[in-house]
Write a protein that binds this ligand. Structure first.
Ligand SMILES: Cc1ncc(COP(=O)(O)O)c(C=O)c1O
Length: 284
């Protein structure tokens, strides 16, 4: 098996990286450990860098499409890592998960609609509803034995009248890997209250070995039908910049690693989401 050297920490300052180079602008000082951005200071894996170099040798970055090998690789990863048996036609690309969340809100809710989020949470979960004119409803998480958990009574109350719930699964910032039972309870509440669930599973591949990620799509058929789930290879492969600034001109050309997926089993929902994604979203 290939060995990686995690003592090799390349200097990143001066590379326009958000984490190091924007710290003074955001916090007014450089004298801080920049723990505010979730990317790694390790090198991006060599097989990704190699694929990028190979692709660039062609020197034409025109439009491309996802080849069958790419689709198989994604579907196999889903099956192997999360036990998701899905089909390619259930997936849609989004340029980033935060934009994807905005697409979902713009497609399935109207300004003034309520969006349920458990807190504390990754801040853009709150900024996106705010910037798109939706109303953020907070259900605070509880802590027991140093673990965040849902307050189901509160969630049940707050879900009333909400249109969408944004779920961080596994949880950022708490690190909780939600159990299937917990997710089933969330699914049950949301189904009864008519709340569509967005499950952001960007951290699915960063769990400790003793924990296994449960995708919301695998909780039950009903949960799958009532949800849109986001995945990305960016976090665990440290390839965020391939999905963001470079997305427009570069993304599909580099189809090996850099696309993100929204999966939903409901056909009409997928069609509507595609329309929003194609027409663009400038609000976030
Ligand atoms: C929970 C969570 N979702 C989404 C993102 C960002 O995803 P993207 O860069 O694809 O918008 C982050 C980044 O830290 C995150 O922690």
């Amino acid at each position: 098996m290939k060995q990686y050297n995690f003592d090799d920490i390349p200097a990143r300052k001066g590379t326009w990286c958000v984490k190091h180079d924007m710290t003074p602008e955001v916090f007014g000082t450089d004298d801080l450990l920049p723990m505010w951005v979730a990317d790694m200071d390790f090198k991006t894996p060599d097989f990704i860098m190699e694929a990028i170099r190979k692709r660039c040798e062609h020197e034409v970055l025109g439009y491309t499409f996802a080849p069958d090998g790419y689709k198989m690789a994604v579907l196999n990863w889903f099956q192997k890592r999360y036990g998701i048996a899905t089909k390619w036609n259930r997936m849609r690309f989004v340029p980033g998960i935060v934009q994807g969340i905005a697409f979902v809100l713009q497609t399935f809710t109207r300004p003034g609609d309520k969006v349920l989020i458990t807190t504390p949470v990754y801040p853009p979960f709150i900024n996106v509803p705010h910037r798109t004119g939706r109303v953020f409803v907070s259900s605070p998480l509880k802590t027991a034995n140093s673990r965040f958990s849902f307050d189901f009574e509160d969630l049940e109350r707050k879900a009333e009248g909400c249109k969408v719930m944004i779920l961080s699964n596994p949880h950022n910032p708490g690190g909780t890997v939600w159990t299937k039972e917990e997710l089933a309870k969330v699914a049950d509440i949301c189904l009864r209250k008519g709340v569509l669930v967005i499950s952001d599973e960007i951290h699915a591949d960063l769990t400790y070995p003793e924990f296994r990620h449960t995708s919301f799509t695998t909780v039950s058929e009903a949960a799958e039908c009532n949800s849109i789930t986001f995945f990305a290879p960016s976090k665990h492969q440290c390839a965020m910049s391939l999905t963001k600034e470079s997305a427009k001109s570069f993304s599909v050309s580099l189809t090996t690693t850099n696309c993100l997926w929204a999966t939903s089993s409901a056909t009409t929902r997928r069609r509507r989401l595609s329309r929003t994604a194609r027409s663009g979203c400038n609000s976030c």
